[in-house]
Design a protein around this ligand. Structure first.
Ligand SMILES: NC(=O)c1ccc[n+]([C@@H]2O[C@H](COP(=O)([O-])OP(=O)(O)OC[C@H]3O[C@@H](n4cnc5c(N)ncnc54)[C@H](O)[C@@H]3O)[C@@H](O)[C@H]2O)c1
Length: 311
């Protein structure tokens, strides 16, 4: 039996709660969040609601209570705010057993920064999910330079056991890796819309019908390796390298407004076009996204299994 404490149960915390519940029927989850609507928010998930009734999920009214229940793992997904996280960890460290695992789901505040005030800062490991973590398999495991390998291994083993795909980043890199890749693509997409080459909807159609589809089956390196025929990636780069370099040279540089520069004239344009194209975000739209993502995952896992059996 594993006791897990979740500090902060908003969008990411609720989804992690669902994921943790799926690992083992004997695991217990304690949630700690000061939001006034906590009970009704948690009950929005049928799975969590049932677990609350069965006593598998408990609500703690204070950090002390949350960390005192023989906790094996404390995982934080409170506000993305450096002051909040750096204040939290020394308090947690003082409340839990020395072997309790300490994880943060932060999108970008490195473990070395969050743990600066801890007696043993190396205990803290970032486990960055992709939203929603109950569905999306990737967990970027990002230790600080002070983290012992054993703690990295235990985070990896835990998420493998829930059927996820942890990937360890060997250096603390701004924004970690998945978002760095996505945001570089977003910059170019904004640039192309701003230049009037395509609309917001066109970009989405292009991605959904080409690289989005391909990359859910094989990542960019494996895909371009295939693209080079028998010569693999080396042949692909030799053939297309000139075009790739021209695109890199021509890539757009759009920025958010900063330092007194009004660099964000693109912002109103892409926000308006997106709103006009899709309207307000509705539950049905998120349900469609999650349903379709689950089915893509099922097919890819099924086909991967078949391919590895025939190798
Ligand atoms: N939303 C995403 O796509 C996403 C993806 C990956 C990682 N993250 C990270 O997960 C974390 C949470 O993001 P979110 O989108 O769930 O935000 P959110 O605003 O939905 O949830 C944050 C929760 O923290 C709670 N909180 C505030 N003060 C607290 C305290 N003192 N103790 C405990 N809980 C407290 C809030 O009441 C809220 O429920 C952030 O660090 C964010 O960077 C978010």
């Amino acid at each position: 039996m594993t006791n897990i404490t979740l500090i902060g149960t908003g969008t990411i915390g609720l989804s992690f709660c669902q994921l943790h519940l799926s690992r083992s029927a004997t695991d217990r989850i304690t949630v700690c969040d000061p939001r006034a609507d906590l009970d009704s928010f948690l009950s929005g998930s049928e799975q969590v609601s049932a677990a609350l009734r069965e006593g598998r999920v408990r609500i703690a009214r204070s950090l002390e209570e949350a960390c005192s229940l023989a906790t094996d793992i404390v995982q934080e997904q409170g506000p993305e705010n450096e002051a909040f996280k750096t204040r939290l960890w020394p308090r947690v460290e003082a409340l839990v057993r020395p072997d309790c695992l300490l994880w943060s789901s932060t999108s970008g505040i490195p473990a070395s920064v969050q743990g600066a005030g801890m007696a043993s800062p190396g205990r803290l490991v970032v486990v960055h999910p992709f939203n929603p973590p109950s569905i999306m398999p990737l967990i970027e495991v990002v230790p600080s330079p002070a983290t012992p390998e054993e703690l990295v291994r235990r985070a990896v083993e835990y998420f493998e056991a829930v059927g996820h795909r942890p990937v360890v980043l060997r250096k603390e890199t701004v924004g970690f890796v998945a978002n760095r890749l996505a945001f570089v693509l977003l910059r170019e997409a904004v640039h192309l819309v701003d230049e009037g080459v395509v609309s917001v909807e066109d970009v989405d159609a292009i991605v959904e019908n080409s690289i989005g589809l391909r990359w859910s089956v094989k990542g960019p390196f494996a895909s371009y390796h295939d693209g080079g025929g028998r010569g693999g990636l080396a042949a692909f780069l030799a053939n297309i390298g000139g075009t790739i370099q021209s695109v890199w040279d021509d890539a757009g540089v759009v920025n958010f407004a900063r330092d007194g520069h009004d660099g964000a004239s693109w912002l109103d344009k892409v926000v308006k076009q997106t709103g006009d194209a899709y309207g307000p975000v509705r539950d049905e739209s998120l349900e469609y996204r999650d349903r379709a993502t689950r089915r893509v995952l099922e097919v890819v896992r099924d086909e991967k299994g078949k391919a590895s059996r025939t190798e």
